[in-house]
Design a protein. Sequence first.
Length: 342
Amino acid sequence: MEKSAKKNLVLKVLSAVLVLSMLISFGGCSNNEKPGGSDIEISKVEDESKPEVVPGEVTINPDDLDENGEIITGKKDDVKIETPYCDLWFPGDWAGFLKTEIIESPVYSVKFSAELESGKVQELFTVYFGGETGSLLGVIKGSSGETEVRVDIPEFVPDGSWSASDINIVFSMQEEVNYIIDKLPLKGAEQPSGGNDNAPDNSQGGNVGTTDKPQGGNSSSGGPAELPPEAGDMTIDVPGAELHYPARWAEYLDIKVTEKNGAQVVEFFCKAGSHSPERLFTVYVGGTEGSYVSSVTNVKGEKTEIRLGVEELSLDGSWSDIESDIAYAMQEDLNYLISELD
C-alpha cells in the first residue's frame, strides 16, 4: 500500500482510537482475548457466474490441529467468508460478535460489523473488490483476471450510551482488519502451502489501523534491534486515578503530568534513539477535555471521569523501522491502559 493511503487509514482508526478511548478501548480487548490464525485459499471461478457465498462459515484450519489430528484446545477456528475472488478470514475468537454482509452491487464488497450483546451494532470496515472506494491494498489475480482490493474504515465515535466493554470490543475487532489483510492473496505475495507460520508477507499491501505505520528509514544511530519482551505492567499514580501501562515500554516512556482546569492531564511520550519525545496520547482525569471512556471511583465513593486524546504520529525518515514499531506499539497499548481502568 502506498504510504499516503496507509496514513489515511491510520488517521481513520486513530480518530477512532482517540475515541478508542473509549486507540481508539493503537491493544485489544481484555488481556486474554487474542484470536488465532488461519490460511487462505483462492476461490476457483470457472465461469462468469458467482459461486454461492456462505457468510460466516466456520472451517477447521490445519494449523489448529495437533500432530494426531486433534483440535488444539484454547484456539477457536477462524471464520471464513467466501467470495468469488478469494476467501476472507476473521479471527474465530470474535465469531460471537461478528456480523458480515455481502453487497454485490454496484461493487462487490463485504461489510464487517460488530453485533454486541447490548443490542448495539457498529460497522467495523468494508472490503471492496474493484471500484474506487477506500484505500488500495493491492491486486489479487483470479481466473477472471486481476482485481484491486480496497478497504474503508469508518470512524467510530461512541457517545455516552456505550459501555467501556463494548467500546473495547469494537476497537479490538476493528484492528483485526490487519489480520484479514495479512491473509489476502495479493499479487506478488508468496502464498503459503498451509499453516499460520507461513502467512503471506504482502509485498503490495500492508496492515492498516492503529498499528499501521509509515516505512521509516534505517537510522545509523544504532538502537534496539527488536521489540522488548512482555514484562508485566507499571503503575502510574496520579491524583484521582491509578493508571496501568505495559512495563516493557519503561525504557522508552516519558510521562508529563500537569493540572488544567481542575483536571489531571497525563501526557504519554515515546522517546526512542536521539529523537525528540513523540507524544502518543493524553489521559485526562476529570474535566471535560478529550473523549469519555470510563469512570473511576475513589475510596469515598466519588466518581471521576477518564477521558482520552490520541495524537497522530508524525515520524520522519530518521526513525528506523524498529523505532517506528516501538512508537506505534506504545500508542496501541493505550488499549491496555483502558482495559485496566477500575
